[in-house]
Design a protein. Structure first.
Length: 321
């Protein structure tokens, strides 16, 4: 008989309580994960792995990495986009960002570190990467192929504030970020700051008229573009996306309940943020899922869902391995 996820979690909690009462020290479950590339020979900061399927492979230093401890959850998402019915696996920013961690013992990357890693030549579409996971005293590695896909009918918004504590935002405007104020800039108070910290907002990039949200990010399916901007880095109506950018930093601003403008840093993506992994070979994905299930102490912290975006909204299902 298959035990439900909630029943399994209760059983694990009960077993841990018994061990604590008997005087045994129980270490919290943990998992390390990193993304890297193959190197022709050993390099500083890299590692060497050896598996039955991959043989012996030299790996470069991690480009994306995180360490999860305790009740932390890790989300793997299969995603489809308008005009792309085939699902791809997404290794999203929420897996790697420190700001998204729910426990203070877990460690991830800053947004700057994450963007530096994502801009690496080794993480471009068509490249093969290695996803390495350490858990339960074991190390597993999977060779995966990146297949980045854009979304010609929308763009994706990633706010700085972790998803679980986001404030209510309506009629959001996105402004160019400025390092220093000028005669035309706006002082935007950071909405969740105890102090009077502010950001300098420049020209309007666009306004959001409608979004659909599934977890970590929001998809803007109806936007008003500032067509007065003609520089090469602007977002334009005739060619919203190009190969010259993969993420733009902006300042998202909206009115709070008192009618004052508040905001925070936000990031725009031409598609679902994260690494898009090709799922053409089912065996590769099945092997990854099997390894994740094999981590007995951490497997109930891992979610595996499916999201389908359309021109009008989104639907989701799943959650357990």
């Amino acid at each position: 008989m298959r035990m439900s996820r909630s029943s399994s979690a209760l059983l694990i909690t009960a077993m841990a309580s018994v061990l604590l009462m008997s005087g045994c020290k129980v270490e919290a479950p943990s998992m390390k994960i990193f993304v890297t590339y193959e190197s022709p020979e050993p390099v500083d900061g890299g590692s060497t792995i050896s598996t039955a399927k991959l043989g012996t492979v030299h790996l470069g230093p991690p480009l994306l990495k995180a360490n999860f401890v305790g009740s932390e959850e890790v989300d793997f998402k299969e995603i489809s986009l308008p005009h792309f019915e085939e699902h791809f696996l997404c290794l999203g920013p929420q897996i790697f960002l420190q700001s998204e961690m729910k426990t203070n013992r877990s460690t991830g990357m800053s947004m700057e570190e994450y963007l530096n890693g994502m801009s690496s030549e080794f993480l471009q579409s068509g490249k093969r990467i290695y996803l390495v996971i350490e858990c339960d005293g074991r190390r597993v590695a999977h060779q995966l192929k990146i297949s980045q896909r854009d979304d010609p009918t929308g763009l994706f918004i990633q706010y700085s504030t972790p998803y679980g504590s986001q404030g209510r935002r309506t009629q959001v405007e996105f402004l160019e970020p400025l390092e220093a104020p000028d005669d035309f800039s706006k002082k935007i108070r950071i909405w969740n700051s105890d102090s009077n910290q502010t950001l300098n907002g420049g020209a309007l990039v666009f306004r959001v008229r409608g979004t659909s949200s599934v977890g970590f990010y929001k998809r803007a399916k109806d936007v008003g573009i500032d067509t007065s901007k003609k520089d090469k880095d602007s977002i334009s109506t005739d060619h919203m996306y190009s190969d010259t950018w993969f993420c733009k930093e902006t300042i998202a601003t909206w009115k709070d309940s008192s009618g004052n403008w508040v905001g925070e840093r936000a990031y725009l993506w031409p598609s679902v943020p994260g690494l898009h992994i090709d799922m053409d070979d089912p065996e590769v994905i099945n092997d990854l899922r099997a390894d994740l299930r094999s981590f007995e102490r951490f497997r109930f912290n891992i979610n595996w869902g499916r999201i389908g975006f359309t021109k009008n909204g989104a639907s989701s299902k799943g959650g357990a391995l």
